[in-house]
Design a binder for this molecule. Structure first.
Ligand code: F6P
Length: 319
């Protein structure tokens, strides 16, 4: 009897529960035993394993967050912590660990693979910034949450003739900012991948003011600039008053969108198929809408930057 373990790691993302459900139920379909590990790699070290059955994943697909909880484990980076994790996996007789998370979580899975433990990674992060996959579970929900927030803020800044600066998540990747900006028709989108020139932002706003535009939307990724610094420059250098909204964890919570739960179900199922076919130690990725398996080495070398053409398009359409 094969024993599968599953954990979620790093930042939670809407749709992680759908992926957990798919992994558990597809494993049971193959006749495998499944253990949920609570609090990611931290729980792996602490031995927080619990046996899961069909009922343990009932009624979770519509919930945000992760029922297995998550953590960013410092101990896992230490030899002592890592060896403890290995001992626990051996004690439970785990054949393969399914990890749901982002780049850091994948690095953690690779470490296990290098130590002789089978792993499969399902991409789960709202940032959509993982090498080797076009899509990460949680991005669509986060994007729609951000868009809904911007559209509400727009009503107020339009009424008050102000500039709205909306700071979204993305420390090193601007996918949420870019797609939110394109979807809401933002006048400016500031991305961590590109140099931020606040003088040029102010010049553009002053031009729009002269043309009679009395409010504007600026979407800024947290890794590009602080929304407050952008507001300060605008107040000092343009005719506009500016207000800042930092969306923060609002983007990470909430019920998953249809797309996220569909991707979670497909990717979760594909992860267990990969185990059944003995094709492990890989990332379950999306490529042009199809589910693909990429070994870790290949996955980390497939660079996934922001789509610069879409950034240009957003600029042209917001003139
Ligand atoms: O989940 C991804 C992400 O939200 C990033 O956009 C952000 O920089 C980071 O996680 C912050 O997470 P935390 O507050 O949990 O450290």
């Amino acid at each position: 009897m094969r024993r599968i373990a599953i954990l979620t790691s790093g930042g939670d993302a809407p749709g992680m529960n759908g992926a957990i459900r798919a992994v558990v139920r597809k494993s049971l379909y193959y006749g495998y035993e499944v253990y949920g590990i609570e609090r990611g790699y931290e729980g792996l070290i602490q031995g927080n394993f619990r046996k899961m059955d069909s009922a343990s994943v009932a009624g979770i697909i519509q919930r945000g967050g992760t029922v297995l909880k998550t953590a960013r484990s410092k101990d896992y980076r230490t030899t002592e912590g890592f060896n403890k994790a290995l001992r626990n996996l051996k004690e439970y007789g785990i054949f393969c660990v399914v990890v749901i998370g982002g780049d850091g979580s994948m690095a953690g899975a690779r470490k296990l693979t290098e130590a002789g433990i089978n792993t499969v990674v399902i991409p789960g992060t709202i940032d959509n910034d993982m090498a080797g996959t076009d899509y990460t579970i949680g991005f669509d929900t986060a994007l729609n949450t951000a868009l809904e927030a911007v559209n509400k803020i727009r009503d107020t800044v339009e009424s008050h003739s102000r500039v709205a600066i909306i700071e979204v998540m993305g420390r090193s990747a601007g996918h949420i900012a870019l797609m939110t900006g394109l979807a809401c028709g933002a006048e400016k989108i500031l991305l961590p991948e590109e140099k931020v020139d606040l003088d040029s932002v102010c010049r553009k706003l002053s031009e729009t003011y002269k043309r009679g535009k009395r409010y504007s939307i600026i979407v800024v990724a947290e890794g590009a600039a602080s929304g407050y610094d952008v507001a300060k420059a605008i107040k000092e250098k343009t005719e506009f008053d500016a207000s800042v909204t930092v969306l923060g964890y609002i983007q990470r919570g909430g019920s998953p969108s249809a797309k996220d739960n569909i991707m979670a179900s497909r990717m979760g199922s594909a992860a267990v198929d990969a185990i059944a076919e003995n094709h492990m130690n890989c990332l379950v990725g999306a490529n042009m809408g199809e589910i693909v398996l990429l070994d870790y080495e290949t996955a980390v070398h497939v660079v996934r930057g922001v789509n610069k053409k879409l950034h240009q398009l957003a600029g042209i359409l917001s003139l």
